[in-house]
Ligand binder design. Sequence first.
Ligand SMILES: C[S@@+](CC[C@H](N)C(=O)[O-])C[C@H]1O[C@@H](n2cnc3c(N)ncnc32)[C@H](O)[C@@H]1O
Length: 275
Amino acid sequence: MVEPMPPVSLTAFYTCAVRARDAARLAPVVGDRFAQRLMDERGAALWERMRDLKLPALSIIARHRLIDDRLRALLAADPDLRIVLLGAGFDSRAFRLAGGRWLEVDEPAVIAHKESRLPAADAPNPLQRIAVDFATESLAQRLAPFAEPRRVVVVMEGVLLYLDGAQQQATAEALASLAPEVLLFADVMTPTFFRRAGQATHARLRELGAPFKVQSVDVPALWSRAGFEVRARHSIPAAMSRLGLARIPGVLLATLLRWLRDGYVVLELARRGRA
Ligand SMILES: C[S@@+](CC[C@H](N)C(=O)[O-])C[C@H]1O[C@@H](n2cnc3c(N)ncnc32)[C@H](O)[C@@H]1O
């Protein structure tokens, strides 16, 4: 029997479908050759509902590639790095990137489906998975056995957009006690970007029961209260332009379209000192 998934978890099929399409191109930008294997009829149905949204799909590819590139650079310097994919969905980085000790965290139904299609034991790198019911379980308690004496990298891709202030606060506190140094990658959207460019996606996701919470959370301010400081901002629209995914002239991004360039970014948030 197929275990039912919370609406936000179903969106993992959308990003997976987008990566599967990219992988089927002649010159893929991400090249996630595992994505198609993770799709099922739920994923196919969701893709049909979302497939006309061209730019949002390209932004998903650009942000995935941006994070891939940063992780590759970090792994080249430290192949033993612990990487936690929080809200991992159907991310296949533990299978695609060289090095790293990987921990994937997501809802039970997501982990069960992933394990059935792409077992952790088959990964070329050490990989563990934990199933967490985010609504009822304490993330801090579930992560406690994985505390490290050294730096940990955490990826929350396509996740913060769905979490309200209280959920982000609890997540920040849980991550703060994970290691003496935590580096977090997370994509965030400004309310202006959301208003001008995010409405179509949001309308579909709301129909699905997974609305964005962008309007209610000042992400850098909230995370700074838990000791996380912004170390870098990687513009997703600028990456789309650089990677040839969208024709957005650099000069426009630097002037008239600054709201676009700076409105949707992958943030690198760093925290030193265990909570
Ligand atoms: C849009 S999907 C992104 C999946 C994957 N990171 C990717 O980029 O393909 C959002 C994911 O967040 C997970 N999620 C839901 N609530 C969460 C929470 N409180 N903390 C972490 N992840 C959560 C969902 O189960 C889902 O897998």
